[in-house]
Design a binder for this molecule. Structure first.
Ligand code: PDD
Length: 292
C-alpha cells in the first residue's frame, strides 16, 4: 500500500480524493517537483525547494508550507513507503501544489482559496544498465511549448505529446529545438561534448533549470573537466562527439543515436564515463549522509 500526503493527512493512495473543481484538474493550475531520495535521504532538497518557490512565484501562488514543514512531510512519506522499496531504499518523491478548488469555474484567480498539497513516493529503480552500456536513442522535435518553461508547471500537455512522439519512434527522449538552438528535452536537460568540452545551454525562461544539470556542472568544475554554458546550435548537436540527457530519474544518460544516426562512435563516450563515476560517487555520499 502506498501512502500519500494530501492537505494535512497521510492516507492510502486509493483513499486520497481531490475535488473535481480543483484548478489543477480544470486548468492545470499548479506546479510540482520530483526529488530523488537515496537510502531514504533526499537529494539536493534545498535546491528543489528553492526551485519550487520560484515556480510558485512564477504562477503567483503563496507557498503553503515552510521549507521545514516540507522536509517533515517528504521524510514522513518516504518513511511510510519504506517497506515498498528494495534494500537500497531509493525512492522518488513527487510533490504538487495547485491553486485549490473554488465553487465556480473561472479562469482568473478566485478570492479566498486554499491550495491543494499532494505528495507521494514511488520506488526509484536504478537506470537500466543496458541504457548505460549502449546509450539510448533520441529524436529532435520543434519546441512547441510556452515561453515560461523555467516554471515547473503541471500543465505538461506539450511535453506529453513530444515524449509520445519519441516513444512512437522507439526513442527515449525528444530533444527540443527552438530558433535553431537546442533548448532541453521533453523531461530532461541536454549536454553535448565537443572536442572534450562539456557544453549545455545557459539557463533562461526557455528551459527548466535542472537540479541534475547544476550538479553535473558543479562536478565538472570541481574535477577540472572543461565545460561551458553556451548556446548549442542544431548543427553542433549533429556533430557532437557525445550527447547526454540529465534528470532526477534518468541521472546522466548517454544518447548514442540521434534521429536514426549514430552519435560519435555509437557508444557512451569517455567524458560521460568520467562524469557518471563522479555522479555515482556523489549519489553514494548522499546515501551515506555525507552530502545533501
Ligand atoms: N522532469 N527539463 C524538463 C522539461 C523536465 O521535466 C525535467 C525533469 C528536467 C530535469 O530536471 P531535474 O534534473 O531537476 O530532474 C529538465 C521530471 C523528472 C519529471 O517531470 O518527471
Amino acid at each position: 500500500m502506498t501512502t500519500v500526503y494530501l492537505n494535512g493527512n497521510y492516507l492510502a493512495m486509493e483513499d486520497a480524493c481531490v475535488s473535481v473543481m480543483d484548478r489543477g484538474f480544470l486548468f492545470g493550475d499548479g506546479v510540482y517537483e520530483v526529488i530523488p531520495a537515496y537510502g531514504g535521504r533526499l537529494f539536493r532538497l534545498s535546491h528543489h525547494l528553492h526551485r519550487l518557490q520560484n515556480s510558485l512565484d512564477g504562477i503567483r501562488l503563496t507557498n503553503p508550507l515552510s521549507d521545514c514543514t516540507w522536509q517533515e512531510i517528504l521524510d514522513e512519506v518516504l518513511q511510510r513507503n519504506r517497506e515498498q522499496t528494495s534494500a537500497s531504499n531509493d525512492q522518488s518523491v513527487y510533490l504538487q501544489v495547485t491553486r485549490g478548488s473554488a465553487a465556480k469555474r473561472d479562469h482568473s484567480f478566485p478570492d479566498r482559496i486554499t491550495a491543494t498539497v499532494f505528495v507521494f513516493s514511488t520506488p526509484l529503480a536504478e537506470p537500466d544498465p543496458v541504457d548505460k552500456t549502449q546509450g539510448v536513442a533520441a529524436i529532435t522535435l520543434d519546441d512547441i511549448r510556452w515561453q515560461h518553461c523555467a516554471i515547473k508547471a503541471i500543465t505538461l500537455l506539450p511535453n506529453v505529446l513530444l515524449r509520445q512522439q519519441a516513444a512512437d519512434n522507439n526513442a527515449a527522449e525528444a530533444l527540443l529545438i527552438r530558433d535553431g538552438l537546442v533548448i532541453e528535452a521533453s523531461a530532461s536537460n541536454v549536454f553535448v561534448v565537443r572536442d572534450g568540452i562539456i557544453l549545455t545551454p545557459p539557463k533562461g525562461e526557455q528551459m527548466l533549470p535542472g537540479i541534475t544539470r547544476d550538479l553535473v556542472l558543479e562536478l565538472a568544475e570541481q574535477h577540472a573537466l572543461p565545460y561551458a554554458e553556451t548556446d548549442i546550435s542544431e548543427n553542433t548537436l549533429r556533430q557532437a562527439d557525445e550527447v547526454w540527457v540529465t534528470s532526477s530519474t534518468k541521472e546522466v544518460l548517454p544518447v548514442t543515436r540521434l534521429d536514426g544516426k549514430v552519435v560519435g562512435d555509437g557508444l557512451p563516450g569517455p567524458v560521460w564515463q568520467s562524469m557518471i563515476q563522479l555522479f555515482r560517487r556523489y549519489k553514494e555520499a548522499v546515501r551515506n549522509g555525507t552530502e545533501k
